[in-house]
Design a protein around this ligand. Structure first.
Ligand SMILES: Nc1ncnc2c1ncn2[C@@H]1O[C@H](COP(=O)(O)OP(=O)(O)OP(=O)(O)O)[C@@H](O)[C@H]1O
Ligand SMILES: [Mg+2]
Length: 459
């Protein structure tokens, strides 16, 4: 139920207001006879509406309005003024009061309507605020799961670009989490209250991409029946995420370059110059440098976009993340599918670990979800794994010891696993460093470094 505060020093008016609001219109009401009492109560209360007299014995109503708006600019305030003080009432409206009524209040219908509308407007505002906060929470860093050292570097890079507008290019194979990182940058940065707009340059037909980005004027080409607002305009004040930028054709690349440099553009078929204030984050799973050498991507645009590169390593190069991500995705799938799968068996987990995950985190997420759907046991087991995961190459990592889904030890001792994996690889390759490194899918230099770190002798 909505809570209305009434501030008026005239007992007769106060009684009348309380009567209408509480007895007739069924709101919860609290009444105050002076400004000091109200302000004291207001400190730790959350009314949905304040009905405020301008002439109070202690503090000026306008001053109180100012206090209210300083604390919560959206909270509606209906002012009541004595006859003849219309000018003051207008000042109040300019300061953000919702409406005003003069004494004696005779138009009860109008007051009832104003109260209702003000409360409704405030309710909508609160809901939007909640949704926005929810959206921001969804894209907080807490939702990006990793225990990997190189991913920690990624987070560090991300934290450096949150509060500036530097153009970021995210490199990484398909499904590694490029969009997730782009969203995290936006929703944790200073533009988070403004839109995050995605354009997938690969999925939109070439001839339509330009108008998708810049919009078009009515009649600018066959089929342009109406003016269309482009993504650059929609993203105003926010972030434009250009996904798969490597697929954009050269002529359009030139136009993007111009927007980045001049911060302005025209709609297709239009003459008006439109100013933009958009942060650009782009992503690619292609080697853009190579595309530049092959004359498929403009060098100048490449350097512009790539002023701050972030590289997300593929999942097979951060295998320990498979454990934490699997656990995370089981929880997520349980919530989504209303299931209660407790974890994954050691055998199945070992196969997950051995598999290469060409589709990276996205593939892992889909696989886990599929397993949660298919299983009728408490733990995901080998029987529900997809064929390609089951037939993964022979395992080299003995996962013995603790169950990683044991409540008391949610995270496996990864360092120990790495050490085991290296020892095992050296053993089965008879100490051949080249073969062992290949088997572990790491570079030789890394292998040497890790052997030194774990004090592993090759004999
Ligand atoms: N570190 C992570 N923690 C949690 N979820 C992740 C992580 N990385 C990726 N995901 C999830 O994996 C899925 C794929 O991520 P995303 O769409 O960001 O990848 P992408 O690199 O943009 O892929 P593509 O190139 O296919 O568009 C998403 O559902 C995302 O939430
Ligand atoms: Mg993507």
């Amino acid at each position: 139920m909505s809570l209305v505060y009434i501030v008026d020093d005239e007992p007769s008016i106060q009684r009348l207001l309380v009567h209408w609001l509480k007895n007739q219109w069924n709101y919860e009401v609290k009444a105050f006879g002076n400004g000091t009492d109200f302000l004291n109560a207001f400190k730790d209360a959350e009314p949905d509406l304040v009905i405020l007299d301008i002439m109070l014995p202690d503090i000026d109503g306008i001053e109180i309005l100012n206090e209210i708006k300083t604390r919560n600019v959206e909270l509606p305030v209906i002012m009541i003024s004595a006859q003849g003080s219309v000018e003051v009432a207008l000042t109040a409206i300019k300061m953000g009061a919702y409406d005003y009524f003069t004494k004696p209040i005779t138009q009860t219908d109008k007051l009832a309507q104003a109260v209702k509308n003000a409360l409704k407007q405030y309710e909508i505002y609160k809901q939007l605020k909640f949704l926005k906060e929810d959206l921001i929470a969804k894209h907080s860093f807490d939702n990006i799961i990793s225990t990997d050292e190189r991913m920690r570097e990624v987070f560090e890079m991300v934290s450096k670009v949150l509060d500036n507008d530097i153009t970021v290019l995210i490199h990484g194979e398909s499904g590694t989490g490029k969009e997730l990182i782009a969203r995290a940058i936006h929703f944790n940065g200073k533009r988070k209250e403004n839109p995050f707009v995605v354009v997938n340059c690969a999925s939109i037909p070439r001839e339509l991409l330009e108008s998708e980005l810049f919009g078009h004027e009515k009649g600018s080409f066959t089929g342009a029946h109406q003016r269309k607002i482009g993504k650059f305009e929609l993203a105003k004040g926010g972030t434009l995420f250009l996904d798969e930028i490597g697929e954009m054709e050269m002529s359009l690349q030139a136009k993007i370059l111009r927007v980045i440099q001049e911060k302005e553009f025209e709609r297709v078929g239009g003459n008006d110059v439109i100013k933009t204030d958009v942060r650009i984050i782009s992503a690619t799973n292609k080697d853009l440098k190579k595309a530049v050498i092959n004359n498929q991507f403009r060098e100048d645009l490449y350097y512009r976009l790539n002023s701050f590169p972030i590289f997300i390593p593929p999942l097979r190069e951060r295998k320990n993340d498979i454990f934490v991500l699997t656990e995370h995705f089981i929880k997520k799938a349980n919530e989504k599918l209303k299931r209660n799968v407790k974890g994954i068996s050691k055998r199945a987990l070992k196969l997950f670990y051995d598999y290469d995950w060409p589709g990276n985190v996205r593939e892992l997420e889909n696989t886990v979800e599929r397993c949660v759907i298919l299983t009728d046991k408490e733990l995901i087991d080998v029987d529900v794994l997809p064929q390609q995961v089951k037939s993964g190459e022979t395992s080299m990592l003995p996962v013995n010891g603790r169950n990683i889904f044991d409540e008391r030890s949610p995270v496996i001792p990864f360092e120990k696993l790495k050490e085991e994996a290296i020892k095992h690889a050296l053993k089965v390759t008879n100490g051949n460093i080249v073969d062992a490194a290949r088997k572990l899918k790491i570079g030789r230099a890394t292998l040497y470094r890790l052997m030194e770190k774990y004090n592993i002798k090759n004999n």
